[in-house]
Design a protein. Structure first.
Length: 298
């Protein structure tokens, strides 16, 4: 009967051909690791890589971070060509570093430079977790040190976005020395009267969290960023106690006074602009504009 023709079920499932599979470009969609919702990657990037469904902050590359913070065409990069040596002749270190350079387009785990945030000048360092998990080796420490020296020399505030698994084990004590090196440089910045804003993103751990990342005049963090020194399991085994569920999150640190504020990525540029405006010396024109209304009232 005619009805049977329409009600008949397919006997076999259809398997997409390889040609059909290739019609969907790789990277077209992104799955949120928190709420598991799937979204177009292009739409996610338009939303500053923040999930529309649950607010999860996906990681940003160093240059994508620059685009969200700096005014267009104001960024000037420093020391791009510095490449790490292999002081300990650590097995496969050079090969893995080379592979990361090819994969990321970066020469190291940090990009430094200067630019303007809504017109306010600043020197900046942005760590990128794609390169050796953002680990701090001798080049990372040297680039931060040079950026701080530029900030002192040009009398500008210094902003650092941390994203790191800690000190780089392949460089041994050379990486650990960067904790003291960067901390000393920040002390010089403070003595010069320059502002340092530290922004901790996911993750900020190990020797990075125990040195320059925690030394800001103002310490900010993105929501739910993992921030801490040793791993949760190691701490629990050491103290023989179960830690709170939100331990080592940005919100936990804020609650216990180790952060000044947790800031959504969409609000970060405005927050930085406000801080810079408060600490920026007024120009002669700005002083004149502020005085004129008062003179008129008198």
């Amino acid at each position: 009967m005619l009805r049977d023709l329409f009600s008949k079920k397919k006997k076999y499932a259809t398997i997409p051909s390889e040609e059909a599979k290739q019609e969907v470009p790789e990277g077209l969609m992104t799955k949120c690791p928190q709420c598991k919702s799937i979204m177009y990657t292009k739409e996610l990037k338009k939303n500053l890589s923040v999930c529309d469904s649950c607010g999860f902050h996906h990681r940003l590359t160093a240059y994508d971070r620059m685009d969200t913070i700096f005014d267009p065409e104001t960024f000037e990069e420093f020391d791009h060509d510095i490449i790490a040596k292999d002081p300990l002749n650590f097995p496969s270190y050079q090969e893995k570093s080379k592979a990361d350079r090819e994969k990321t387009g970066l020469n190291e785990a940090i990009v430094t430079g200067k630019g303007k945030i809504d017109g306010y000048p600043a020197v900046v360092g942005v760590m990128d977790a794609r390169f050796r998990m953002g680990s701090m080796g001798s080049v990372v420490g040297e680039k931060i040190n040079r950026a701080i020296e530029r900030a002192i020399e040009e009398d500008k505030p210094f902003i650092l976005f941390a994203a790191s698994g800690g000190a780089r084990m392949q460089e041994g004590v050379f990486s650990l020395m960067q904790m003291a090196k960067t901390s000393t440089a920040l002390n010089r910045l403070s003595n010069a009267g320059n502002l340092f804003i530290s922004v901790m993103t996911h993750p900020t751990t190990g020797g990075v969290s125990a040195s320059f990342a925690s030394l800001g005049d103002i310490n900010l963090a993105e929501p739910k960023a993992l921030i801490g020194f040793a791993g949760r399991r190691i701490i629990e085994q050491t103290i023989r106690q179960e830690l709170p569920e939100d331990f080592q999150t940005a919100e936990f640190l804020l609650k216990h006074g180790q952060l000044d504020r947790v800031v959504e990525r969409k609000e970060l540029k405005e927050t930085l602009k406000t801080i810079l405006s408060i600490h920026s010396p007024l120009s002669e024109e700005a002083v004149k504009e502020q005085l004129e209304p008062n003179e008129q009232e008198v």
